[in-house]
Design a binder for this molecule. Structure first.
Ligand code: CMP
Length: 479
């Protein structure tokens, strides 16, 4: 396509040059005949002036063709060959204008040796005004183009949004007159340099990691931590999403019928942002479908509740029984006791990094980890030192519950975590029927206290545990 275009242009150039050369030759060879022919029809020296004017026009046309040829040779061939890229259009145009003006002045001086071209330009006020008015826009564009080239706020290949209509597209060229943008609908928009210079231009450079935002919302029943994790992974794996910066998924708003999220991700090639936005949305849809997350749609949920705040379904209740019976300290409990304990426990969900227990607080309940993970931390010279990580089936918070002392450590959710809270009353009932439970708990508390204090094994452990056991019994009024 480009090659045949070039061939056509070369042929056209050769034809035009031949015609102009023939016309020039004709004018010179038949000059006398033409003069005598015109002299019969024109008064005074008008016939001579006409021939000279025709010569000027023909020479100027030849000059113009030569300048085009020179420009092609210099910029398209030599410049490209040496530097590998084409010279900016503006430079090419300035070159053409300067060379053509020089040629024109030379030709004019040869044909009109008695006319002072400089004086003609400088003394003719009217000419100046006409020229000034005619070139006002052109010169405005020209100088704005020069400043664009000097500042280089954007380059060919960058995506820009410019003008009152916010024309957005990829910059194809910056000439002495206008910026050529190819929009995402494959239209070409020309924004004149002077108007671009007046507008705010949004530039997304090609070699920069530009970000995009995509929005979605889910039902309130889907947990934010899970939603954020699933969406982030789905976006991360989409084509054209940069691996250099991890996408960000965050809550924008708690909407009327769902939680609104925004996804921020960075693109390798910003010019393809429409496709990438679409792909990101598609990936999120599939990932949510697999994870059982539901997109928000305008709904009104009518919830019929029984007065109790934590009614659990039978399946949930069985899951709680299963969880509690897997906790080693509760292993000796009978099936009925475990079921009663499950009935008495309250479920809570914590987001990643949320504090479940704060050191120093009063506490009268303990927790069994149903899902997720927590970290136990103690304050060490103002810094938090991790002491232990507890997993599903582990328990915590027993120290304050059993001794009545303040909480000994911070307990923080590492990921989204669900816990079962067991209160003082429920534990007391268990202790009444299972005295061994108090003893096994007192051993565990002794161990944990040692780890908290960062101590080595103490030979008086037996004494310490026995003392603790007695004080727990006192606190719970167990005989
Ligand atoms: P409590 O003191 O009520 O609150 C903080 C809880 O962190 C504490 O009970 C224990 O359950 C738990 N904890 C403290 N130290 C440790 C440890 N070394 N290992 C595991 N858990 C601990």
């Amino acid at each position: 396509m480009a090659r045949s275009n070039l061939k056509n242009r070369i042929v056209l150039f050769l034809v035009a040059t031949t015609i102009v050369l023939l016309a020039l030759r004709f004018t010179y060879v038949f000059q006398d005949a033409l003069l005598s022919f015109l002299s019969t029809r024109m008064a005074g020296r008008a016939h001579e002036d006409t021939i000279t004017a025709v010569k000027l026009i023909l020479w100027a046309m030849l000059g113009y063709l030569m300048v085009r040829a020179l420009k092609f040779l210099l910029f398209k061939l030599v410049f490209r060959f040496r530097s590998g890229s084409e010279a900016p259009v503006l430079v090419q145009n300035v070159f053409s204008i300067v060379v053509f003006t020089l040629l024109f002045v030379i030709i004019f001086n040869r044909l009109y040796p008695n006319v002072n071209l400089g004086a003609l330009f400088t003394t003719s006020a009217i000419f100046g005004v006409i020229l000034g008015l005619a070139l006002q826009d052109t010169l405005g564009n020209f100088f704005a183009g020069i400043s664009l080239h000097a500042d280089r706020p954007f380059q060919v290949g960058d995506v820009i949004a410019v003008g009152a209509q916010k024309h957005t597209g990829v910059v194809e060229s910056i000439s002495w007159r206008a910026i050529k943008i190819r929009t995402f609908q494959n239209h070409v928009v020309l924004v004149s340099n002077s108007s671009a210079a007046k507008e705010a231009i949004e530039v997304c450079p090609r070699d920069n990691l530009n970000a995009r935002l995509v929005f979605f919302s889910t039902l309130y029943t889907d947990s934010p931590a899970k939603t954020i994790h699933i969406a982030r992974e789905a976006v991360r794996e989409s084509d054209n999403v940069s691996e250099k910066i991890t996408p960000i998924v965050r809550i924008r708003n708690m909407g009327e019928s769902g939680i609104d999220y925004e996804v921020k991700y960075w693109l390798n090639d910003y010019a393809r942002y429409n496709d990438t936005d679409a792909l990101v949305r598609q990936r999120i849809w599939y990932a949510f479908r697999r994870a059982g997350i539901t997109f928000n749609f305008p709904t009104r949920t009518v919830e019929l509740r029984r007065p109790a705040s934590h009614v659990v379904s039978e399946a949930d209740h069985n899951a709680l029984i299963e969880r509690l019976s897997a906790v080693d300290i509760f292993a000796p409990l009978s099936t009925e006791e475990t079921a009663t304990l499950a009935q008495a426990s309250v479920r809570h969900v914590f987001a990643p990094s949320e504090t479940v227990i704060r050191a120093g607080d009063a506490g009268s309940s303990m927790f069994v980890l149903h899902n997720g993970r927590v970290q136990v931390q103690v304050s060490d010279n103002g810094n938090l030192r991790p002491v232990a990580v507890l997993n599903e089936g582990d328990f915590f918070g027993e120290m304050a519950l059993l001794t009545g002392e303040p909480r000994t450590a911070h307990v923080v959710a590492v990921e989204e975590t669900e816990v079962l809270e067991i209160g003082h009353e429920a534990m007391k009932k268990l202790f009444d029927t299972n005295p061994d439970l108090v003893e096994s708990l007192s051993h565990i508390i002794t161990e944990r206290r040692k780890a908290l204090a960062d101590r080595a094994i103490d030979p008086r452990e037996e004494d310490e545990s026995a003392g603790l056991l007695a004080s727990i019994k006192r606190f719970f009024r167990i005989s």
